[in-house]
Design a protein around this ligand. Sequence first.
Ligand code: SF4
Length: 241
Amino acid sequence: MAARQSSPTKPSPDKKPSPRKPARKRGPARLPAPTVEEIFRRFEARDPEPKGELEHTDPYTLLVAVVLSAQATDVGVNKATRKLFAEASTPEAMVALGEDRVRGHIKTIGLYRNKAKNVIALSEKLIAEHGGAVPPSRAALELLPGVGRKTANVVMNTAFGEPTIAVDTHLFRVGNRTRLAPGKTPLEVELGLEKTVPLRYRRHAHHWLILHGRYVCKARRPECFRCLIADLCPFEPKTIA
Ligand code: SF4
């Protein structure tokens, strides 16, 4: 019987190499400093004092509004908090109002059961550990029920004027598309922005970028044709009107 030949280890010469995928067009890893400066110069020139859209009157009502805003629109949260804060706008009043009535006020908002529980629990903790005041410290804020890094950053920025940058879905997208701070996680983008954004623009960077993401650099279809920084942004393909 003839011996079986072992199969060849080398590829046959007439086998075509598999076609390479075309390289995706990407912008630079990160924008050069003069470009970053120009981006924020334009944001500032157009809107020197940008404001968030969650209605509040002090750090406590801001904290509650931000806790309620996870996976909900600011418009929806404002509708609910107008009535809620008319009845309870301090930790003491919120605890006295009770979880059932808080739940009743916010039931139009997603995850309202859990959020009502957190609003009461964080109010109790503020009374027990901070004399009823909102602590001006990210670490202390993050220990409150329902408060993560993003919420703590918003409160630090908006209530206490700190140059923190809270990365939500809009900021995450804008940071990556513009390559101001590319990153795979919100924390990576946040730390990237802290390095990239010049200090003098840092405090308002959060609101400029969030509003830009919400109204211009939209998730499904960015409106590059009316974008203030289109000539500086490496994202391709740009949309046309
Ligand atoms: S040019 Fe387009 S992708 Fe770039 S920031 Fe503006 S809207 Fe977003």
